[in-house]
Design a protein around this ligand. Structure first.
Ligand code: CMP
Length: 140
């Protein structure tokens, strides 16, 4: 089905100057970028975005990493966009990510893992609404 998913290029990948290389992978897989903006998240924004992980042991490190520099946030649209983006990203832990995936090629650790992508349709809707008002999505 035609889907939308939220993608974040994390501070490590922005610092490595690979936004364009990552966008090329989205486009090469047939995903369209229908919204994007750069932001340096505040602590409260990062905590709210990752609220589902609040009780996890890695929450504090995750939040401090996500506010360590600017991020690039985008909405991707396409056939099975959620699963396609997850395939392109590879496993959360870059050591376990398949060769040729974004995390295998650009990520250094499970925290500095280059990209975030929504994991299901329900979370995609919530995550897209968190960063973009509907009027700022430019679907074909
Ligand atoms: P992301 O897809 O952004 O969602 C939550 C993030 O927490 C995840 O990517 C990782 O960068 C980070 N994280 C750190 N440790 C873990 C862990 N043990 N399991 C899952 N995510 C982790």
């Amino acid at each position: 089905a035609l889907e939308r998913t939220l993608s974040i290029i994390k501070p490590d990948a922005v610092a490595k100057n690979v936004i364009g290389q990552i966008y090329s992978r989205f486009e090469g897989a047939g995903l369209r970028i229908i919204a994007s903006r750069m932001a340096h998240l505040s602590k409260s924004e990062a905590e709210a975005f990752y609220a589902v992980h609040k009780e996890r042991p890695f929450f504090k490190d995750l939040v401090s990493f996500m506010i360590s520099g600017p991020v690039m946030i985008q909405v991707l649209e396409g056939e099975d966009a959620i699963a396609m983006n997850r395939r392109l990203m590879g496993a959360t832990d870059p050591k376990k990510a398949d060769a040729g995936t974004i995390r295998a090629d650009f990520a250094d650790s499970i925290d500095a893992n280059a990209v975030h992508g929504s994991d299901a349709a329900e979370t995609a809707a919530v995550e897209i609404a968190f960063f973009f008002a509907g009027m700022n999505l430019y679907s074909r």
